[in-house]
Design a protein around this ligand. Structure first.
Ligand code: F6P
Length: 400
């Protein structure tokens, strides 16, 4: 039998490690012949744009390099399948291409939107009597997938964000004048990544002095009052704000959405910067960490990369055991020592759903994170990958 794998949604540092997990497990499995990579997620399955991965990943060195290369080596998409009972043309194309290449199992590495594809495609294939299996392998820096303890890609993003915020803390405190530095962090409507900056407390940093998540309401007056309170104690105030935070005073006229109806979020940092400029009048700067959060693999978490590979290989085992329409996920058994197992759940339990940061880990004033959350985050950012270097720069795997 042959198998195929694709990557979908926003990139991460660990999504290629999951691809390596699928690939390596396939190499170890005598029943599997070819491993196809679908270009640009499900779009490649529709258009029959597949590559033979054995022709491009040719050695252990290639696999190691790919494991530590950020982004999606096969490209990505934000493609929403229509409901099959309304329009099955695209499903018929996918089925025809799967059958043409004798593909018996399809692995989709992605987030909550991609699990919609896993769910719909598996239901369709079953309904037409096909035994081709479809398995979802989670990823997202947003950490907003239900059921799983955390998502591959999140730990590396959290490690980069915390390390960068720490560097910003050092930079922002050099002058004698009062200042406010606002750091805008990704994560859509869930505050996990912004909240994870609290790990700096484990290394005796006090900042970020204020942490704002989309799960909690904020308005201009509350924000300015919080800043003034912090300014009484700290010359350089550091604010971490999630891209999903909205304040009623914002005037947003340029809303753009993707195929799943998700708004492109960004701009709250600039809005808060303007408020400080107008109403407090001190030195103020906003910094948008932007895509660096999901592609800065030079400081990735070894735990994250190893787990991403593990969950990819587990996905293959589950498909071989006959499962379909499932997503593999992490169950945490303990924080210290950190122990997880890999389980499966119906992809429909995850598709199009979001898991928000727990309110119990937010302080009463809704501007900080409680110490219990540090215990959750710390295991996910542990360990360093020995990054392959050339001419003083990290080396990335590239499709030839
Ligand atoms: O879902 C991951 C993510 O990076 C979000 O944090 C962010 O809002 C979104 O993707 C950006 O989407 P795009 O890559 O389509 O610009």
């Amino acid at each position: 039998m042959n198998i195929a794998v694709a990557q979908s949604g926003g990139p991460t540092c660990a999504i290629n490690a999951s691809l390596v997990g699928v690939f390596k497990e396939a190499l170890k499995t005598p029943a599997i012949d070819a491993v196809f990579g679908s270009i640009n997620g499900i779009e490649g399955m529709i258009k029959d744009e597949l590559i033979d991965l054995k022709m491009v990943i040719r050695s252990n060195e290639d696999m190691e390099l790919l494991r530590q290369t950020p982004s999606t080596v096969l490209g990505s998409c934000r493609y929403k399948l229509p409901a099959a009972d309304e329009d099955d043309e695209v499903y018929r194309k996918i089925q025809a291409n799967l059958e043409k290449h004798r593909i018996q199992a399809f692995f989709y590495i992605g987030g909550n939107d991609s699990m919609d594809t896993v769910d719909k495609l598996s239901v369709y294939l079953r309904s037409v009597g096909s035994d081709i299996r479809v398995i979802g392998i989670p990823k997202t820096i947003d950490n907003d997938l239900p059921i799983t303890d955390h998502t591959p890609g999140f730990g590396s993003a959290a490690k980069y964000v915390a390390a960068t915020v720490q560097e910003i803390i050092r930079d922002s405190s050099v002058y004698s004048v009062d200042s406010v530095t606002i750091i805008e962090i990704m994560g859509r409507h869930a505050g996990w990544l912004t909240a994870s900056t609290c790990v700096l407390r484990a290394n005796d940093e006090i900042a970020p002095h204020l942490i704002y998540l989309p799960e909690c309401d904020l308005d201009a007056d509350k924000f300015l009052e919080d800043v003034r309170i912090m300014q009484a104690k700290h010359k350089a105030v550091i604010v971490a704000v999630s891209e999903g935070v909205r304040i009623p005073e914002e005037n947003r006229t340029d809303i753009v959405v993707d195929n799943f109806g998700h708004e492109y979020l960004s701009g709250i940092g600039k809005t808060l910067e303007q408020l400080v400029k107008d109403r407090i009048g001190c030195k103020v700067r906003s910094i948008e960490l932007n895509v660096m959060q999901r592609c800065s693999s030079h400081i990735c978490s070894k735990t994250d990369i190893d787990e991403a590979e593990l969950i990819g290989s587990e996905g293959v085992k589950r498909a071989l055991a006959g499962e379909s329409g499932k997503m593999v996920y992490f169950k945490r058994l303990s924080d210290v020592p950190y122990v997880i197992t890999v389980e499966t759940t119906d992809a429909s339990q995850v598709a199009n759903k979001e898991k928000f940061f727990p309110k119990k880990w937010v302080n009463h004033a809704r501007n900080d994170i409680t110490p219990e959350a540090v215990r959750y985050f710390l295991p996910l950012i542990q360990g360093e990958v020995k990054i392959a270097m050339k001419n003083g720069m990290p080396v990335h795997f590239k499709l030839k």
